[in-house]
Design a protein around this ligand. Structure first.
Ligand code: SAM
Length: 285
């Protein structure tokens, strides 16, 4: 790399990661956040919001598959789905792969992320924004769940970390409103950050969600550009204990859906809920 090399730097809990910029493709200060799209090495196009890596073309499939197919296949017959955040369309893309889905609503606070992603990151949504089952609501996701009268089988909270506009998406009130918006048998998942760099996010989420839902369980996977080792999500439901769904059941459902994940599989689904001791200790404290 020459001295003139430009870098983009992410500060995650004091750990700095730098990615060489081949090209700065787009930059905008929206009413909510600073949005940048760069051509990076070695991850291809990379979206940053307020200097945090949101996704890269190379590894986004891991996160979007695990955030979507774990709740969808665990539920078994999701027809109405709500995505909160997710303005890049990656979760929408994966939800639309389920033929049983009749309607999916995306509640994204920043319409510029949607427009930007359609124009500059089309591979992520891969046409999902034009799927007739998709409804886009631009606005605060917390207000959406508080006011909706709809009932959802699966709610996927695909928000940024608890900074800026996303802070409201980490409160007990928000989770209680989601619980009220779930249909019987409904499931909610949300990302809860790096198990090494953001353990407090998992601890707080499990404390709050265990007080709102009958069942709450962490599951883990690795996304290289979500630095800090294993990345986590929480699966919460009043009726469905994530730890009891069998590989055989998931295999039947995945086969019926003709789902072929590049990361997700029924065996990885079940294994993802097997927590290492350091994670169990953190959420048990
Ligand atoms: N899908 C990406 C990934 O692979 O991790 C990251 C998530 S997505 C870019 C995060 C989205 O949450 C952003 O588009 C942001 O505008 C949105 N967001 C933040 N706060 C929100 C709120 N209160 N209501 C709805 N959307 C919100």
């Amino acid at each position: 790399m020459t001295d003139a090399q430009q870098w983009v730097e992410e500060n995650m809990g004091g750990m700095l990661t730098r990615y060489p910029i081949r090209r700065l493709l787009y930059e905008e200060q929206t009413p909510f956040q600073r949005m940048r799209l760069i051509e990076s090495e070695p991850y291809g196009r990379m979206l940053l919001l307020d200097d945090y890596v949101q996704l890269t073309e190379k590894d986004e499939f891991v996160y979007h598959e695990m955030m979507t197919h774990v709740p969808m296949l665990a539920h078994g017959n999701p027809r109405h789905v709500l995505v909160i955040g997710g303005g890049d369309g990656g979760i929408l893309r994966e939800v639309c792969k389920h033929p049983g889905v009749e309607h999916v609503t995306l509640a994204e606070i920043d319409g510029r992320v949607i427009e930007f992603s359609k124009a500059h990151l089309p591979s992520v949504s891969n046409g999902a924004f034009d799927d007739p089952r998709v409804e886009i609501c631009v606005g605060d996701g917390a207000a959406f769940v508080k006011n909706t009268t709809e009932k959802y089988d699966v709610v996927i909270v695909d928000s940024s970390d608890p900074v800026g506009p996303a802070q409201v998406l980490f409160s007990k009130e928000f989770y209680t409103d989601i619980r009220n918006a779930l249909a019987p048998g409904g499931v909610m998942v949300r990302q809860t950050g790096s198990t090494f760099l953001q353990p407090d996010e998992q601890k707080q989420a499990m404390e709050i969600l265990s007080g709102v839902f009958e069942h709450a369980a962490l599951y883990l996977f690795n996304v290289p550009t979500y630095v800090g080792g294993l990345f986590s999500c929480v699966f919460a439901s009043d009726t469905l204990n994530a730890l009891t769904t069998t590989v055989e059941t998931l295999q039947e459902r995945a086969a019926a859906t003709k789902l072929a994940g590049r990361y997700y599989s029924p065996k990885i689904h079940v294994a993802a809920f097997e927590l290492p001791g350091y994670v169990r200790e953190n959420i048990a404290r």
